[in-house]
Design a protein around this ligand. Structure first.
Ligand code: ADA
Length: 574
């Protein structure tokens, strides 16, 4: 992310204790007999702390060779975090899936102490709420990055673009590529007095510069310029362009940040989701960040392997249920040409929850944090606001509208959606989808019903959804639980054989409906549920088409075969 700053991750061994003398403020002295745990890691993935819910304390030191200002960024701490540097509280954060940071000015040379209070207990004011069908892992679950910063530095930047227009009116595919009209908002921080800097933004081979006087405290600068001959990001050719934002003095780069971007356009038209102007058939899966060994703190190898298996099955889309995934996973999706729906953990909120102004404020903040972190990933094509909330209630619709406006204000280049549930969709009572560009609907016919799965249940459901919602429709969840290895002649509930029958019945209906914009299967792998096991064998949500260790279930082969037997009717990726 930078070429100029000294940067290191504070991964490795941290001291750890779940029994501090005082749970609300920093312990005077860290217990001498404190345990140690690895970072990043979820403590509930360790046998000793498998069931620990509540606060826990982390401590480590780091050294600076000379006096410097440092920026310390936490990619994720689950779920609430308070960070102390040398005994002084520096930052508090709520929400286990979005990053936060602080800058410590002019730290002295020598050793410094970092202490983190993490809390995975949930309450009526946390997002998610206490009850979810995924486990409330606690801890420093993603990397902690420490970097030195000069007095004047790039705090961040937001890039937006329009394709096909240039100031001279030129730019077309015939000319060998389109022109991208860039608008870069560069946020520059200044820890000292007014300072002159040249802000330089480079996209691909094109650089725009502006020399400015940055006032104390900082300022945001908007640069607009054209990049000629860009290639679009498509599913088949997911072209990425480097972005480099630098501050220069006398032509020398004194600070910088880097990222990547992909150029593509999203829209909806009738029942279609359009990628670069062409309808795209979404064929995807829901993926939780979970693994028996690591919980949500997944090594790169697992991310790569999951993505490979998903693509191998013929899928082009992932719903990051139900929270922002690790940004590295999104990087992999950018590179692979896989589309992603990103969601905030508004899971099963009822009307009372939506009525709480403090909770809604938190929801707005979480949504803004997710968009700010991920706005440059071309793979992310939709922001999802909620999952199976009380969408039939009026107050819920108003609050959902506020979330939708937040998403559109922050980023109008992507689509907005939410996942509704078959119950109120069936009754025609969903008041929230009206605020979206396309509908996601979760359906559990053939699972949470007494009847076995049948094609009729699904054709009827699709007809009802389409009759009520004049927009593209994605079936965002459907599936059946199967305990790995359970194969039975009678195809009973919880068997791999019933799960196979389920997909053999439902997938042809979904694939055969030309009006459907797509689907995402529930779910990729088996995952740990919350403490209340919801009557689920092994306290897992067993609807994975692969097991918790990613061994294929029979359904994986069935899905792969059904998807390979029918090509998507899209030319979006050509
Ligand atoms: C819901 C929910 C998922 C999961 C699923 C299930 O649709 O959105 O998180 O709990 O049901 O397996 O029942």
């Amino acid at each position: 992310t930078t070429t100029t700053r000294q940067q290191r991750t504070l991964d490795g061994t941290w001291e750890f204790t779940t029994e501090p003398p005082n749970t609300d403020s920093m312990p005077e002295a860290f217990p001498a007999d404190a345990d140690t745990v690895p970072v990043p890691c979820a403590w509930n993935a360790l046998p000793e702390y498998y069931d620990h819910h509540g606060p826990a304390w982390y401590r480590r030191t780091f050294s600076l060779p000379e006096s410097e200002s440092v920026r310390i960024r936490f990619l994720a701490v689950s779920h609430e975090a308070t960070v102390y540097l040398d005994g002084e509280e520096r930052v508090e954060h709520s929400g286990g899936y979005t990053p936060f940071e602080f800058v410590a000015e002019d730290l002295a040379a020598g050793e410094h102490e970092l202490v983190v209070r993490a809390e995975n207990g949930r309450s009526e004011t946390t997002i998610p709420l206490p009850e979810t069908d995924w486990f409330d892992y606690g801890g420093i679950t993603r990397e902690v990055v420490l970097e030195t910063v000069p007095d004047v530095f790039v705090e961040g930047f937001d890039l937006q673009y329009d394709l096909g227009v240039s100031e001279s009116g030129g730019g077309s595919e015939e000319d060998g590529g389109e022109t991208a009209r860039i608008r870069a908002d560069v946020h520059v921080a200044n820890l000292d007095d007014d300072a002159e800097r040249t802000v330089a933004v480079t996209v691909g081979e094109t650089t725009a510069r502006e020399t400015v006087t940055v006032p104390a405290g900082g300022e945001t600068y908007g640069l607009e310029f054209d990049v000629p001959s860009v290639e679009r990001w498509t599913l088949e050719e997911p072209t990425l362009h480097d972005v480099h934002v630098a501050l220069e003095v006398d032509g020398e780069v004194v600070d910088d940040r880097r990222d990547r971007i992909g150029f593509r356009e999203l829209a909806v038209d009738g029942r279609d989701i359009l990628l670069n102007g062409d309808p795209v058939d979404l064929r995807g899966v829901n993926r939780h960040e979970d693994h028996p060994e690591w919980g949500p703190a997944q090594p790169l190898r697992i991310m790569r392997e999951d993505l490979a298996r998903i693509r191998e099955a013929g899928m082009n889309c992932i719903r990051g249920s139900h929270y922002p995934n690790h940004p590295r996973f999104l990087d992999l999706c950018d590179e692979a040409g896989v589309l992603v729906i990103e969601e905030i953990p508004y899971w099963h909120f009822d009307a009372e929850d939506f009525a709480r102004e403090d909770l809604l404020e938190r929801g707005v903040t979480t949504l803004e944090e997710m968009i700010s972190r991920d706005r440059h990933h071309p793979s992310v094509f939709a922001w999802s606001l909620t999952n199976e909330c009380a969408n039939e209630q009026e107050g819920v619709a108003e609050a959902t509208e506020r979330l939708a406006e937040t998403a559109r204000d922050a980023d109008d280049s992507r689509l907005v959606t939410l996942a509704s549930y078959n119950e109120w969709v069936d009754r025609g009572e969903d008041r929230c989808l009206a605020h979206c560009d396309f509908a996601c609907v979760n359906g559990y016919y053939g699972w949470y019903t007494d009847e076995r799965v049948s094609a009729d249940q699904w054709t009827g459901f699709l007809e009802r959804v389409k009759a009520d919602h004049e927009m593209p429709v994605v079936v965002s969840e459907f599936g059946a639980g199967a305990v790995e290895g359970e194969r039975t002649w009678e195809r009973g509930k919880w068997s791999e054989t019933y799960q196979t029958e389920f997909f053999e019945t439902v997938l042809p209906v979904l694939l055969g409906d030309d009006e459907l914009a797509g689907f995402t299967i529930w779910q990729f792998c088996d995952t740990r549920t919350s403490r209340d096991p919801m009557g689920r064998p092994k306290s897992k949500n067993n609807k994975g088409i692969v097991g918790e260790y990613r061994r294929p279930k029979a359904a994986y082969g069935t899905v792969k075969q059904l998807l390979s037997g029918s090509e998507p009717d899209t030319d979006a990726d050509t």
